[in-house]
Structures are given as C-alpha cells and as structure tokens.
Ligand binder design. Structure first.
Ligand SMILES: NC(=O)c1ccc[n+]([C@@H]2O[C@H](COP(=O)([O-])OP(=O)(O)OC[C@H]3O[C@@H](n4cnc5c(N)ncnc54)[C@H](OP(=O)(O)O)[C@@H]3O)[C@@H](O)[C@H]2O)c1
Ligand SMILES: C[C@@H]1O[C@H](OP(=O)(O)OP(=O)(O)OC[C@H]2O[C@@H](n3cnc4c(=O)[nH]c(N)nc43)[C@H](O)[C@@H]2O)[C@@H](O)[C@H](O)[C@@H]1O
Length: 312
C-alpha cells in the first residue's frame, strides 16, 4: 500500500478496527477514511454505494461486523446472520463496483467444523457440521470468504480473507452477558475482588480449549498480509497455542488478585471443544505473534481499569 493511499477502515471504533487504525497511523498512513455506524450504516446498500462513489477508497479493511461471545451468538441468531451478510455483501460488492485496489475481509475461527481435526488447517473449511451456538455467524463468515474468492475468480478483484482466532485487547466489550470469555473474566474477577465476594461464576465446564491473540498483534498481521499476500485461499491468524478455559480463569484470577472460589454454571454452553489454529501458512509467509497470553491479559486489564466507558 502506498503511504498516501486512501484507506477505509470499516469498524474503526471496534476492538480490531481501532487497533488497525492505530497501527496504520504508526506506520505513516494518514489518508484514512472513517465512519461510525451512526454516520454510515453498512446494512444500507444505497448508503454504502454512495459513500464508495464519493470517497473512492484505494484499500479497504472490513472489520465492521456484529460481534459477540457464545451466548450473544446463540441468542441473536437472526441478527448475526442478517447483519453480517448485509454488511459484507454491501462493502465487498461496492469495492468491486468502485474499483478498490485491494480489500481484506475478516472472518473467524468459528467457520471450521465443530469436530474438525486439530490444529485447524485452512483446507478443513466446509468438511463437516458447524458448532450450533454460532452457526448463523459462521455461515455469514463463510459467505464472506466465498464472496472474496468469487469476485477474484470472476472479476480479478484483489480481495483477501483472514481468519483470526479468539481475540482480546484494548477497546474490548466487557458486557457481562454478550462479551467473549476473556473480557467477561476480567470484569467478573475485578468486580468480585472489589466487593470482597467469596466466589465468582463462570460458564460451562471449563474444559473447552481456546487460543487467544492480542488484538494489536492481529492488526500487525493484517497490515503484513495486506502488503505481502494476494491469493484466493484465506489465511489463519493466531498463535498456534491454546489453553483450557479453566487454565485461563486461573491466569486471570492470579493477575487480578482474586482469592475466592470459581463456580462453573454448566447450564451455560461450552461451545466447540477446541479450535486451535494451524498457523504454519502464516509463519511461512513470515509473520509471528509478539504478545504472549500472560502479558496480553495484563495489558488488557490495564485497559479495562483505564477506560471505564468500555464497561457497557
Ligand atoms: N473479537 C473477537 O474475538 C474476534 C475473533 C475473530 C474475528 N473477529 C472479527 O474481527 C472483526 C472486528 O471484531 P471486533 O471484535 O473488533 O468487534 P467490535 O469491537 O464489536 O467492533 C465492531 C465494529 O463494527 C461496526 N459496526 C457494526 N455494525 C455496523 C453497521 N451496521 N454499520 C457500520 N458499522 C458497523 C461498529 O461500529 P460503531 O462502533 O461505529 O458502532 C464497531 O466499531 C469482525 O469481523 C469479527 O468477526 C473478532
Ligand atoms: C471468537 C468468537 O467466539 C465465540 O465462541 P467461543 O470461543 O465459544 O466464545 P466465548 O464467548 O469467548 O466463550 C469461550 C468459552 O468460555 C466459556 N466461558 C466461561 N465463562 C464465560 C463467561 O463469563 N463469558 C463468556 N462469554 N464465556 C465464558 C464459554 O462457555 C466457552 O466455553 C463464537 O460464538 C463467535 O462466533 C466467535 O467465533
């Protein structure tokens, strides 16, 4: 990407979009186009088309989406399917019509079959049934991957897709019901410590395993791939290392300094038993994560303490 290129970061106020924005600015890209969802609702195709016609971005990072943890995905099934399909259809199609030089679509590791062999290779896409709690979201993400592939095959568009593992970091969503596990744990342990509670309650059995990548590392990987990758097949982005939810809870508990017990509410879903990314393709391309999980949790906890507004 040329330093003076016009770059549209869709979703620039979100955890991932804000990190991509910070990283672009730090790398000397300054011709950035940004719109909040209130200014440009990406579910509105006419508005998206007008915006692309007026702004004519050269590059697009598509980090706007309806996002949430396991319970949000399972509860708002229609919204996760409809909103994500609408947002990505409009942005990808407008990028074709208005001749965007290159677009990056962000998917998620939930696109893989629930019982796929581990670690998850890119080639395992569409080889089995999906995890039911996030099937609508996963189907939207799979459609996004296929759209990028199809526009490349039929029209020669330079559209690429990346599949990040579970993410955490600055600007995360700390809502107790709708967030992902790491921000939920940070808030639960912190507030329980302040109240002097004897225990906290987490969801499921604690046995599922998850891989966690710090959002600033993801942003760096996204820029790296935008500059160095231009193939039809998507690329996994992760660390290649995972922990059980119980192990994660013990880490967060120790960092925050909570001394009570952990109860597991098994009426809440566990979700996929494991989703560890095979990151050999990413490593071969020349990128590796920098922030290890313990350091990243400490950074995220500092962000939580310093940005009370994020505690929705
Ligand atoms: N978080 C994770 O663990 C994770 C894991 C894998 C992949 N991803 C992917 O990474 C991307 C970003 O996720 P995130 O965690 O950064 O989510 P996030 O913090 O919830 O941010 C999502 C952003 O999307 C924008 N948005 C939502 N609906 C919109 C609409 N109708 N019109 C315009 N903008 C809209 C929001 O804009 P406003 O703030 O202006 O409302 C928001 O800033 C998504 O594609 C997600 O699937 C996330
Ligand atoms: C990255 C995203 O991951 C999402 O799946 P997924 O990893 O299970 O999403 P999380 O909501 O992060 O949950 C991960 C694991 O942590 C457990 N968990 C324990 N306590 C809590 C808690 O207080 N809050 C939450 N949220 N979880 C908790 C949860 O049961 C599950 O086994 C997908 O639904 C999305 O589609 C997306 O792919």
């Amino acid at each position: 990407m040329e330093k003076e290129a016009k770059i549209y970061v869709a979703g620039h106020r979100g955890m991932v979009g804000s990190s991509i924005l910070r990283h672009l600015l730090s790398q000397g890209y300054s011709n950035l186009i940004l719109r909040t969802s209130a200014e440009l609702d990406l579910r509105n195709q006419a508005a998206v088309d007008t915006f692309f016609a007026q702004e004519k971005p050269d590059y697009v990072f598509l980090a706007a989406a309806k996002v949430g943890g396991i319970v949000a995905n399972n509860t708002y099934r229609a919204d996760f399917l409809y909103e994500n399909l609408a947002i990505q259809n409009h942005v990808i199609h407008a990028s074709f019509v208005h001749q965007v030089k290159k677009l990056m679509f962000l998917g998620s590791s939930c696109i893989y079959p629930k019982m796929a062999p581990q670690p998850l290779k890119e080639s395992y896409l569409l080889s089995g049934f999906l995890e039911p709690t996030n099937e609508p979201y996963a189907i939207a993400k799979i459609a996004g991957i296929k759209m990028c592939e199809a526009y490349r095959a039929q029209y020669g568009c330079q559209f690429i897709s990346v599949m990040p593992t579970n993410l955490y970091g600055m600007n995360d969503n700390y809502d107790l019901e709708n967030s992902h596990v790491l921000p939920a744990m940070i808030r639960k342990f912190h507030e329980a410590k302040l109240r002097g509670d004897k225990s906290i309650t987490l969801w499921g059995t604690g046995s599922p395993k998850r891989e966690f990548l710090y959002a600033d590392d993801l942003a760096k990987a996204c820029l790296f791939l935008m500059e160095n990758y231009n193939e039809s097949e998507f690329v996994n982005i992760g660390t290649g290392e995972d922990v059980s939810i119980l192990e994660l809870a013990e880490m967060v508990k120790k960092i925050i300094g909570f001394e009570g017990a952990i109860h597991w509410d098994t009426s809440r879903p566990d979700g996929t038993p494991r989703k560890l990314m095979d990151v050999s393709k990413l490593h071969q391309l020349g990128w590796k994560h920098e922030v290890e999980l313990l350091d990243g949790i400490q950074l995220a906890y500092q962000d939580f303490l310093q940005n009370p507004k994020s505690r929705k």
